[in-house]
Design a protein around this ligand. Structure first.
Ligand code: BJW
Length: 238
């Protein structure tokens, strides 16, 4: 349905989720055997869970940060980096992922709306600092020296990052593409409706129909490592 329209596209917003990193070996959240089957979401992904048992939460994120060393970007990440380099129009890449595979795949500009594993947030001074090691030992904040660091990720009930910039781009884009996300978590799950309301075409690339599939003009189902390079080729090929 979108074929042939790609040549006219000037402003694209792309939203990625855990599915784009699945083939790199990072667990998704809601798949069978995914992170939410291994851990209770209210224990590890809420401010209340962190207040109740900080060691459990720090360990959960320390393990996931350490695991980044043994994974690599896949062809879907590389294709989006190629799109950023070669697309003549405007592109905003928004990811819900806290991994660094878009950057390691070559993307230069990535908006991490749910934060990043390789960043620390100080609960005392509220500053964010690059972070590459464990937090379980309560290291001091590099800015204020207080032992009050937490993972710089967005938990349920917290405000995702950069919402103003994202909604501004959704208002102005002519194509919104959602890749590898279940559409189960707001506000990201509402982006497709926001983009459509502003006149954009919408495309879902996902292994299987997501919770919000019916909201898209077009859906394509299959692994991101195949679908994303193919779609990027269509856009750049005109
Ligand atoms: C493949 C594949 C392959 C597999 N190839 N595909 C209504 C409106 C607004 C808010 C709410 C609402 N109702 C409730 C809320 C509040 C809440 C919420 O959404 N709750 C839901 C349970 C309903 N939201 C919040 O609290 C958010 N904050 C907020 O709303 O603030 C107020 C506000 C209002 C309005 C505007 C702005 C702000 C915060 C949400 C924070 C989410 N945090 C987490 C944890 C981050 C840290 C961490 O990583 O640990 O973010 S939860 C988790 O879910 C993580 C993910 O980013 C997020 C989404 O998951 P994702 O990426 O979609 O993964 P999966 O596993 O669900 O799906 C994977 C998909 O990939 C599947 O579809 C597979 O098929 C596919 N796939 N392999 C292609 N090879």
């Amino acid at each position: 349905m979108l074929e042939g329209l790609m040549a006219q596209v000037e402003r694209i917003v792309i939203l990625t989720g855990a599915g784009i990193s699945a083939e790199s070996g990072i667990d998704t959240f809601r798949s069978a055997g995914g992170l939410w089957e291994q851990h209770r979401v209210e224990d590890v992904a809420t401010p209340e869970g962190f207040a109740r048992n900080p060691n459990l939460v720090l360990n959960f994120y320390d393990m996931r940060r350490a695991a980044l060393a043994s994974v690599a970007p896949n062809p879907a990440h590389a294709a989006l980096a190629r799109l950023e380099r070669e697309f003549a129009g405007e592109l905003l890449l928004v990811t819900q992922n806290v991994d660094d595979l878009h950057e390691r795949g070559g993307s230069r500009s990535v908006l991490h709306m749910h934060g990043e594993l390789k960043s620390a947030l100080c609960s005392a001074c509220e500053m964010r600092s690059p972070w590459h090691v464990t937090m379980i030992e309560r290291p001091p904040c590099p800015v204020c020296q207080a032992p009050t660091l937490r993972p710089d990720v967005v938990w349920f009930g917290e405000m995702p990052y950069e919402m103003g910039r994202i909604y501004a781009a959704l208002e102005n884009c002519d194509l919104f593409v959602s890749i590898g996300t279940s559409g189960a978590v707001y506000p990201a799950a509402g982006f497709v409706a926001e983009a459509r309301a502003n006149g954009a075409r919408t495309l879902e690339l996902n292994l299987e129909p997501s919770e919000g599939s019916r909201l898209f003009h077009e859906t394509r189902h299959g692994p991101a490592s195949a679908l994303v390079p193919q779609w990027v080729e269509e856009v750049l090929g005109g």
